[in-house]
Structures are given as structure tokens and as C-alpha cells.
Design a protein around this ligand. Structure first.
Ligand code: TXA
Ligand code: MG
Length: 317
């Protein structure tokens, strides 16, 4: 069977099958609004272990647990006051909440790498929701790519990145947001910012006031999975480029980019740029060039998350 054969249209029948695969301990790649996830039963230690094996993840970083509704979420974690507000404002959506794990959650220990907290999210995508309901399980899912590579925003990216490693890939077309969820620590009174993503700092601060950032304080919460080099294409990267050099291929942004081979958003729209980022990085990762150059991206709204991913893609490997 070729890899393309593993990609399926998400008909009602296929989603029922996918749910059976999850219950049996298998791996299903599925679309969310952020990126494609590599899903497994979050209550099964061996199913969660097979996620790490398939991705060749170097260490057991904790994973995000996906749920279809608040009722399921409440069985797994304790909702704090801030957690309650954030879930109300942004779920379903691109926000992951780190909250205290319930003693009787039934979740695998590996899923939270032995921590007494759990990262949890209700995705805003009908196929993800239907799969969660069909399986009847909370689903642990990191991005469906080999560790360190660019995150997948289309079903074909999953097949390329994890050949032969996934039992089923559900094809939901391109992801609308295109960047992973924002991760925050909502265990305490003041919310800690752990990873930039699809929900901006500005949006969060409107709901819960000023956030604590990892650099603010030595004891500010940290996200264990934030590797310096990540999302890396094969070509080296150079950022904030206004003038390209010989041998470079330019990923542009905004109206003044005549030399760009691809443009994240010719009109300078950051949401459009986020949705295009990973697919365009893959497309420009071509032979015959020495480096990928990227135009400057403003640091506001989703620009913070875009620049975070670019910085990691450009980091020494
Ligand atoms: O958009 C997304 O978030 C995608 C889709 C599939 O939902 N998933 C995703 O998962 O990006 P992953 O495994 O690549 O990222 C999980 C992030 C890591 O930075 C990890 O360190 C952090 O969440 N995390 C997980 N559990 C945590 C915990 N208990 N405390 C602090 N950080 C945690
Ligand atoms: Mg990832």
C-alpha cells in the first residue's frame, strides 16, 4: 500500500473506523484548525508511547490532550477561576490550558511526562470533534510530523513526514489557522504564557489581564517542549531580510516584495501569513538554493507566534 492510500476522506463511516483505531491503541492523524495532530488514546500508556516512537521525539515532552466538550474536560482537570474564564472565551479554539490533573482522570502518566498538570484543548474543527466523539476517548496529539520538522497543515504533509507510521490520515483540507495553539499555564491567579500560537497575547490579556512571561521571573512557568531548533526546513534560514543575497530564495511578506518566490500575505495580513507559513516553508525548501530568506514580519498579533516559529527554524541545528 502506498502512503497516499492511507489518506482518507472523512466520511461518517471513516470517522467511525478512525474511532475504532484510537480505541484499539492505534494512531490517527486528523485535522484541527491549527495543524494536523497525531492522535492516540490519552488514557493508554502504550498508545501514547507509540506517538513518541512514530515522531522519533528525543524525550518524553508532555502532550496536549484534546476533548470534544467541557464535560469531558472537567473529568480530566481541575478548572481554576482563570481557566474557567479562558475556556469560556476561547474554546473551542487555538488555546491550550495547563491545569491541575485530576487524581482519577485515568490519563496516561506519559501524556503529561509525570507532571501533576495536564495541557488540555477543545479544538475548533468538526472532524476533530467527530473523531473525539466516535472514539469516546480523550485524544493526545502533538503535531503530526517527525520531531524537529515543519508542522503539517495539509494531509499530504503528514504522509510525507511520517511515511508508514500512521494507521489512518483523515483529510480535512488545509488548516485555517496554520500555527499551533497558544499554551498558557492557568493553574494560578496570574496566567503564565508558555508558547505563542493561534490566540494572541492581546486577546488573552483582554480576558485575564497581564500575563507572566517566561523571561519575567526565574520561577515563571516553563514549557518543557520548547526546543530551540524546531520547525526546521532542510535549507538554512535568514530572517528579517530586506535585500536577498546570491543563492537565496525569498519568502516574502507584504506589498513590497517583488523578489519573493512566494509571499505569505501580499496585503500584509498576519492571519493569512500564519495560515500560509508552514506550507510555504515546505514549498520553498528546494534544491539549487543555499538559503531561505524571509522578509521582516511585524511583532504584533499572530506576528509574535510567526516570528517564534521562524526563529526556531533558523536556529543552529
Ligand atoms: O495546535 C496544537 O497545539 C497542536 C494540535 C494538534 O492541537 N498540538 C501541538 O502539540 O502543538 P505539541 O505536543 O507539539 O505541543 C505541546 C506543547 C509543548 O510545548 C509542551 O511542552 C506543552 O505543550 N505542554 C504539554 N503539557 C504541558 C504541561 N503539563 N505543562 C507545561 N507545558 C506543557
Ligand atoms: Mg510540534
Amino acid at each position: 500500500m502506498s502512503e497516499a492510500d492511507r489518506i482518507f476522506k472523512p466520511t461518517a463511516d471513516m470517522i467511525v473506523k478512525a474511532g475504532c483505531i484510537i480505541r484499539a491503541g492505534g494512531l490517527v492523524a486528523f485535522p484541527t484548525e491549527t495543524v494536523y495532530g497525531l492522535g492516540a488514546d490519552a488514557t493508554s500508556e502504550s498508545a501514547v508511547a507509540s506517538i513518541f516512537a512514530a515522531k522519533e521525539r528525543p524525550s518524553f515532552n508532555p502532550l496536549i490532550v484534546h476533548v470534544p466538550d467541557m464535560e469531558t474536560a472537567r473529568k480530566l482537570v481541575e478548572f481554576t477561576e482563570q481557566g474557567e474564564k479562558l475556556a469560556h472565551a476561547f474554546w473551542p479554539g487555538a488555546l491550550t490550558l495547563v491545569l491541575p490533573r485530576k487524581k482519577d482522570s485515568g490519563l496516561s502518566l506519559l501524556v503529561s511526562a509525570g507532571l501533576d498538570t495536564v495541557a488540555i484543548r477543545m479544538p475548533n474543527h468538526p472532524i476533530a470533534t467527530e473523531l473525539l466523539k466516535a472514539s469516546g476517548k480523550p485524544i493526545a496529539a502533538p503535531s503530526a510530523n517527525r520531531s524537529g520538522q515543519i508542522s503539517p497543515t495539509q494531509a499530504s504533509h503528514v504522509a510525507q513526514s511520517l511515511p508508514g507510521k500512521v494507521d489512518m490520515i483523515l483529510d480535512g483540507g488545509p488548516c485555517a489557522v496554520g500555527l499551533e495553539s497558544t499554551v498558557v499555564d492557568a493553574c494560578g491567579q496570574q496566567v503564565g504564557f508558555l508558547r505563542p500560537g493561534g490566540i494572541s497575547v492581546e486577546e488573552l490579556e483582554q480576558i485575564v489581564g497581564p500575563l507572566i512571561f517566561p523571561d519575567d521571573a526565574p520561577d515563571a512557568p516553563k514549557s518543557p517542549g520548547m526546543l530551540t531548533s524546531h520547525y526546521a526546513p532542510t535549507l538554512p534560514m535568514r530572517l528579517n531580510v530586506n535585500e536577498i543575497e546570491d543563492g537565496e530564495i525569498l519568502l516574502g511578506f507584504g506589498p513590497d516584495c517583488e523578489k519573493a518566490t512566494l509571499n505569505l500575505s501580499p496585503s500584509g495580513n498576519l492571519n493569512e501569513a500564519a495560515a500560509n507559513l508552514f506550507a510555504m516553508m515546505r514549498e520553498l525548501d528546494r534544491d539549487g538554493f543555499t538559503r531561505m530568506a524571509v522578509s521582516p514580519i511585524p511583532q504584533d498579533g499572530l506576528g509574535l507566534a510567526i516570528n517564534d516559529r521562524l526563529k526556531r527554524a533558523a536556529a543552529p541545528r
